[in-house]
Design a protein around this ligand. Sequence first.
Ligand SMILES: *Cc1c(COP(=O)(O)O)cnc(C)c1O
Length: 369
Amino acid sequence: MVDLRGQYDKIKSEIDIAIQECINSTRFIGGPVIERFADNLGKYLDCKYVVPCANGTDALQIALMAAGLKPGDEVIVPSFTYVATAEVIALLGMVPVMTDVDPDHFNITKDIIRQAVSVNTKAIVPVHLFGQTAPMEGIKEIGEEYGLTIIEDNAQSLGSDYTFSSGKKQKAGTIGQIGTTSFFPAKNLGAYGDGGALFTSDDQLFEKIKMIANHGQSKLYHHEMIGVNSRLDAMQAAVLDVKLKYYEDYINARQKVAAYYDQAFAEVSDLQIPHRHKNSTHVFHQYTLRIMDGRRDELKAFLKGKGIASAIYYPVPLNEQNAFRGKGRLVGDMSVTKALCDQVLSLPIHTEIDKATLGFITEQVKSFF
Ligand SMILES: *Cc1c(COP(=O)(O)O)cnc(C)c1O
């Protein structure tokens, strides 16, 4: 699905120097490399504060803690997402309120949220799935209407631009009160290990996030609140700071792959190519087809037989996971989520795919139908 080795080979000399400098300095935890990366990422996103942390799941947990939510508070999440989005809500004793998603862009919308709000609802965690920003204008409106905190799970859409009806553009993850991301190696901006970050432009939330990520510490050995230990290490920051310079090129490369796939599959009637939301650019963390003739698993096995990777994100709705039995509140019949779980198939998409590989993949997919 990805070619991390091919990507490394292209920037090997820079990465090797950055890692070696880190070892020479022996500043493995904390220090200037991490601050520089956070600063550069903040500039790229046009966001006042970036707080690096250990992974994208921690980022979500820290965000919920910083938002001042309490056990029993309800948090609205889509049921078609990775488990981490809702796991941390349940872990903190809050109630994940699981909703269906839009059939075109697979994200939650203002109207879906409206059906889910109750007097106990305190926050929304929209997920910018597969590379596209959820319709944040409406989500922001309803958040303001009910006084809900918006925490954007932006593990998959770093760099995606959202355009408001006023024409104003903002990057995914910087629109709500807090945004989170993951630097898991296979994410669009991937480290050589685990990593994550939180985004905010609110001074008070920034102080709180920093404190919570560092044992609730205001100064050394003075703890104001219960926190966690969640750090991005310096070697990962060094790698990420190199890769950030090429990040727009990486997005362009992914968009070219998507355009190639789109064209190749335009005539295949049983395939639905990824929809583009008119207000969002797509950074193609995944290129996800909908297989409309019921033969998704057959196609996956067929491709495997030809040596072609494919993946199902996600095969089971959150509300059907055993872990959440009795822990959430469900809204609606989840018919879209259910259909997507049976129909979606993601094809290889990354920065190193060549035309020959794309030609082979698309020919094989077409030959199946
Ligand atoms: C990857 C991912 C996460 C979790 O990130 P980790 O760094 O693996 O903890 C959270 N939410 C979504 C939507 C993800 O894709």
